[in-house]
Design a protein around this ligand. Structure first.
Ligand SMILES: Cc1cc2nc3c(=O)[nH]c(=O)nc-3n(C[C@H](O)[C@H](O)[C@H](O)COP(=O)(O)OP(=O)(O)OC[C@H]3O[C@@H](n4cnc5c(N)ncnc54)[C@H](O)[C@@H]3O)c2cc1C
Length: 547
């Protein structure tokens, strides 16, 4: 088996198989009291699933491996349906082979072979998609997944223009360590940072936790090289241009349809002199929103601002603080007029020390103007310490018998409160017919002068079978996704479209635009070989969006 697939990665869940995040007894009791006792579903063993991997339809070749375990490990991402497939062992579909190219030339050879033989190709970054981006579709043609894991080096650093060129398969930690060794940072920190890759970020239009300072990937991605079935395309790096539409934007969000991004050039910054995170508590959701909006619309240059609603705040405190910590925090806040409806505001400040002092002073002023209480940096340090560890909680909850998923959107400020309410109500009551409780909470994660993203998490006890659990998820997902696009929200602020959101794209963008985009990609991929069934709906998903 290939070395890249033999790492310490969990084969049927998130992250490093030797790492976990435990829940305190209090945290576990909170979940059980909120959702009721749950009965975990039996989990298939690796051996059981390996026995189900069918023979590959591709002949052995130097270009790729047909090893069953490697194929299994590249068959799914991290959405809840992916988890249900991995845990039950019912993967159904596997790629026929996985390639680990080391250079653009090797990718060219794979693309040429694919074109000649009409194979389907799925580019694979870190496999952290939560919307079904990398799952093979039923096909009478062989499916080849191309892992970018070996193309992960810093290839050039232009210090004068502050542009870095990377192999697009570089994962977050390795990208930052190579850059920071030279005094630079990209500053792109999605929560999936540990495993996701630069290429994946670009083609799914990802957003990092500190996008307020560094920008979303759209502003960090300056150009690079993409291998299409029709040949290589170069994207010149220019600081700006008015020469017609910017076609970088058709690579951004292309989700594997255009080709394989082999090298990406990104705009980097100098490592900041100082960075810190802190936590304030606002008296309620309305005051919290008003405060966050004021900070952003005043143009106060923070690197992060994240506002949890009161249920998320309560849940977070139960999951991460001890009873005595909660008690003393509650007491302190209530003395200052912040009670049970408190909403946690996490902020990040990045830059040189003198500017940071000014920013912090202004921020504290705005927080008090909206009757919030700033607790300073100690809770901020805790948040920073765990910022990439939270995904490990998913396994802990799974073992207790609870499924967890998220939905995210963005909308204008005037619609933030009503849309958050609608999303939460839709999820909360969504499984009443099954007598199943759903625990729902939200935060605003990325803020803009005209609006913000709403990130909603929901948990529910698994049903008696995998199939029933999937059906319950599907009901929550389809009802709420439809509600989002019909209520002036985007189907995705940061996770992309993949297979799971494809049916809602036309409501957001209009049928005509979606058809034109499809025509554009068909120009590079006339036979629909590149990542089919993603981004654009397959004909059978039409009804789901409209029902
Ligand atoms: C726990 C968790 C937290 C997350 N947090 C965030 C977050 O904070 N912000 C955010 O934006 N997203 C987040 N995500 C979603 C996910 O991490 C992003 O969508 C990420 O950009 C996917 O990158 P990847 O390298 O894992 O790509 P993959 O999942 O491997 O692939 C995603 C898509 O990109 C294509 N692709 C990958 N590499 C290339 C390439 N080189 N060339 C062409 N196509 C390619 C694939 O074909 C597929 O269509 C999270 C996911 C999880 C599981």
């Amino acid at each position: 088996m290939d070395r890249a697939a033999r790492d310490n990665r969990q084969w049927n869940g998130w992250g490093d198989k030797d790492r976990s995040l435990a829940l305190s007894a209090d945290g576990a009791a909170f979940i059980t009291e909120t959702l009721g006792e749950a009965n975990p579903l039996a989990v298939a063993t690796l051996e059981e699933v390996l026995a189900k991997v069918p023979a590959s339809r591709l002949e052995e070749s130097e270009l790729y491996t047909t090893d069953a375990e490697v194929r299994l490990r590249h068959a799914r991402g991290q959405s809840l349906p992916d988890w249900l497939a991995m845990k039950s062992g019912e993967f159904n579909l596997f790629p026929d082979a996985v390639a680990f190219p080391r250079s653009s030339e090797e990718i060219r050879a794979l693309m040429d072979a694919a074109k000649l033989n009409e194979w389907q190709l799925i580019p694979y970054g870190g496999g952290t998609s939560v919307v079904g981006h990398i799952t093979p579709c039923e096909s009478d043609k062989p499916v080849l997944t191309i892992s970018m894991s070996k193309m992960n080096r810093l290839l050039a650093l232009d210090r004068v223009s502050q542009l870095a060129t990377f192999g697009a398969g570089v994962k977050g930690p390795f990208l930052e360590s190579q850059l920071q060794a030279q005094g630079y940072t990209l500053g792109h920190f999605p929560q999936s940072f540990e495993l996701s890759t630069l290429g994946g970020w670009v083609v799914t239009r990802s957003s990092g936790q500190q996008s307020l300072h560094y920008g979303r990937i759209e502003s960090l991605f300056a150009g690079g090289e993409i291998e299409t079935l029709e040949g290589k395309l170069d994207m010149t790096t220019l600081p700006a241009s008015s020469a017609g539409p910017d076609w970088r934007h058709l690579v951004l969000g292309s989700e594997g349809h255009l080709g394989i991004l082999t090298e990406a050039k990104v705009r980097v910054s100098r490592v900041p002199e100082q960075e810190f995170f802190g936590v304030a508590f606002m008296p309620n959701w309305q005051q919290g929103i008003a405060c966050a909006r004021e900070v952003i619309q005043q143009g106060l240059p923070l690197s992060m601002l994240r506002l949890s609603n009161s249920i998320e705040t309560k849940t977070q405190l139960f999951l991460s603080a001890s009873q005595s910590q909660r008690h003393w925090l509650g007491k302190l806040l209530s003395l200052k007029g912040v009670g049970d409806d408190k909403c946690m505001l996490v902020y990040g400040i990045t830059g040189d020390k003198r500017d940071n002092r000014q920013r912090y002073k202004r921020l504290k002023g705005i927080i008090s103007q909206f009757k919030g209480v700033n607790t300073g940096q100690s809770l901020g340090k805790k948040w920073e310490h765990k910022r990439f560890a939270f995904p490990y909680l998913r396994e802990t909850l799974w073992q207790m018998g609870y499924a967890i998923d998220t939905l995210e959107t963005a909308t204008n400020w005037s619609n933030i409160e009503p849309l958050t309410d609608k999303i939460e109500q839709s999820l909360k009551g969504g499984l009443e017919e099954f007598g199943t409780q759903v625990h729902v909470f939200s935060h605003l994660s990325h803020l803009y002068s005209d609006g913000a993203s709403i990130y909603t998490t929901y948990l529910f006890p698994v049903a008696k079978t995998y199939e029933q659990t999937y059906q319950q998820w599907q009901k929550l997902k389809s009802t709420t996704s439809k509600l989002i696009v019909e209520n002036h929200g985007t189907i995705s602020h940061q996770h992309g479209v993949g297979g799971d959101h494809a049916a809602y794209l036309a409501t957001e963008k209009g049928e005509r635009v979606v058809e034109s985009l499809q025509d554009y990609f068909n120009g590079f991929d006339p036979k629909g070989q590149l990542n089919p069934g993603k981004l654009f709906k397959a004909s059978n998903t039409q009804d789901e969006a409209q029902s």
